[in-house]
Design a protein around this ligand. Structure first.
Ligand code: OAD
Length: 230
């Protein structure tokens, strides 16, 4: 039986109403990522950065998982220990769909992090620069989000799990942001079968063995049913 490694991106949450980054009208066409998604941007204007993530947190709390999130949760539950789910998404829609284990390599909108002492806690709906850390009381509160120029979370564990996979799937990601964008090359070099599941073929489609194209709410349940029947 396959050991499956799944990497999801913003496209899986698009039909839940959460915007992607690089599509037409995507977040990075409307916001300057250097101002809202870098440590330098946060140092320059923490209130602006908190407002950006407060807005995204509110949108996330109002959204609901779709059939693609639900299908992946079903796959994980029916193949205990056989599916690694890594997401670049900072929403919690995989968890709310029932996924038993999700690795958030780019952090979580519902998390707060103290830049002074490293303490983590559940973010309130609105965060502000003066919020004190519940552990050390200093005002160094930031969203628990990995910004550009920072190292994604749990990379050693992610690469170790990828090395043990027999099937690698990318769902709803443009493959523009490293290190996640490099996972397909890592998988191919190890002889792991690869599949791209996306609205349309991405710029790196030739790196994948197979492609499945269309809205994630349709393609992902179909793909999961095929795996469960195999
Ligand atoms: P992108 O916005 O770069 O790519 C989203 C992908 O989803 C595109 O290839 C779309 O074609 C596809 N897509 C859109 N709607 C879809 C649908 N209904 N079904 C299936 N696919 C669909 O988002 P990511 O690749 O996730 O990082 O972006 C990677 C990282 O860049 C994010 O985690 C974020 C961002 O900057 C940080 O903020 C650190």
């Amino acid at each position: 039986m396959d050991s499956i490694f799944i990497l999801t991106g913003a496209g899986i949450s698009a039909e839940s109403g959460l915007g992607t980054f690089r599509d037409k009208d995507g977040l990075w066409t409307r916001y300057d990522l250097r101002r809202v998604a870098t440590p330098e941007g946060f140092r320059a204007d923490p209130a602006l950065v908190h407002d950006f993530y407060n807005m995204r947190r509110r949108n996330c709390l109002e959204a609901a998982p779709n059939a693609a999130h639900e299908a992946l949760a079903r796959l994980q539950r029916q193949r205990p220990g056989g599916v690694t789910l890594v997401t670049q998404n900072v929403d919690d829609l995989h968890e709310r769909a029932g996924s038993p284990e999700v690795i958030h390599m780019h952090g979580e909108l519902l998390g707060a992090l103290c830049a002074a002492c490293g303490h983590r806690w559940r973010a309130p709906e609105r965060m502000a620069p003066d919020d004190p850390c519940p552990a050390c009381a200093r005002s160094a509160t930031r969203p628990d989000i990995v910004w550009f120029g920072e190292i994604p979370y749990r990379m050693d564990e992610i690469l170790e799990r990828l090395s043990r996979a027999t099937l690698f799937a990318v769902i709803g990601s443009s493959g523009e942001v490293y290190p996640a964008a490099g996972f397909v090359e890592e998988a191919a070099a190890r002889g792991i079968a690869t599949i791209e599941i996306n609205l349309e073929p991405g710029s790196r489609k030739d790196l994948f063995d197979r492609g499945l194209y269309g809205p994630a709410s349709e393609t992902v349940p179909r793909w999961v049913e095929g795996l469960l029947q195999a």
